[in-house]
Ligand binder design. Structure first.
Ligand code: FAD
Length: 110
C-alpha cells in the first residue's frame, strides 16, 4: 500500500502550487483541464479511502463554481484540505489569498 502521509504531502504540494500559479482569468480549456484533474482524484488516487472521501466532499462542494480564477480555486482547495485536516484532527488553515500565496507562491518551505 502507498505511504499515505508522504503521498498526501506530495499531492497537496502539487495541488496547492498548481492553484497558486493558475491564471487569474483561465481560458475555457484551462478550466476544463483543471476540473478533469480534480475529478480524476476520486477514481485514480492511490489511497482509495482518501479518494472516496475526497469524492464525497467534492460532490457536496462542486469544483465547477470555483475554477474561474486562481483566487477562487486556491480558496476552494484550501477548504477541501481543511476538511481532511478536521477528519484527521490536524489544525485548520486560513484560506485567504494572502495566506495561500505566502505558503504556496512566495513563501519559504516548511
Ligand atoms: P499535510 O496535510 O500533507 O499538508 C502539507 C502542508 O500543507 C502543511 O505542512 C501546511 O504547510 C500546508 N497546509 C495545511 N493545511 C492546509 C490548507 N488547508 N490549505 C493549504 N495548505 C495547507 N490521510 C488520511 O490519513 N486519511 C485520509 O482520508 C486522507 N485523505 C486525503 C485526501 C487527499 C485528496 C489528499 C491529497 C491527502 C489525504 N490524506 C489523507 C493525507 C493527509 O491529508 C496528509 O497529507 C498527511 O496526513 C500528512 O499530513 P501533514 O501533517 O504532513 O500535512
Amino acid at each position: 500500500p502507498p505511504d499515505v502521509e508522504e503521498l498526501g504531502r506530495a499531492t497537496w504540494t502539487f495541488l496547492h502550487t498548481t492553484a497558486a500559479y493558475y491564471p487569474e482569468k483561465p481560458t475555457p480549456i484551462q478550466r476544463a483541464n483543471m476540473l478533469a484533474l480534480l475529478k480524476s482524484i476520486p477514481m485514480l488516487y492511490a489511497c482509495k479511502p482518501c479518494g472516496n472521501d475526497f469524492g464525497d466532499d467534492m460532490s457536496k462542494n462542486p469544483a465547477e463554481k470555483w475554477v474561474g480564477s486562481r483566487e477562487r480555486l486556491s480558496w476552494w482547495l484550501c477548504e477541501r484540505h481543511n476538511e481532511v485536516n478536521r477528519k484527521l484532527g490536524k489544525k485548520e488553515w486560513g484560506c485567504g489569498i494572502k495566506e495561500m500565496d505566502a505558503r504556496w507562491k512566495d513563501g519559504p518551505e516548511d
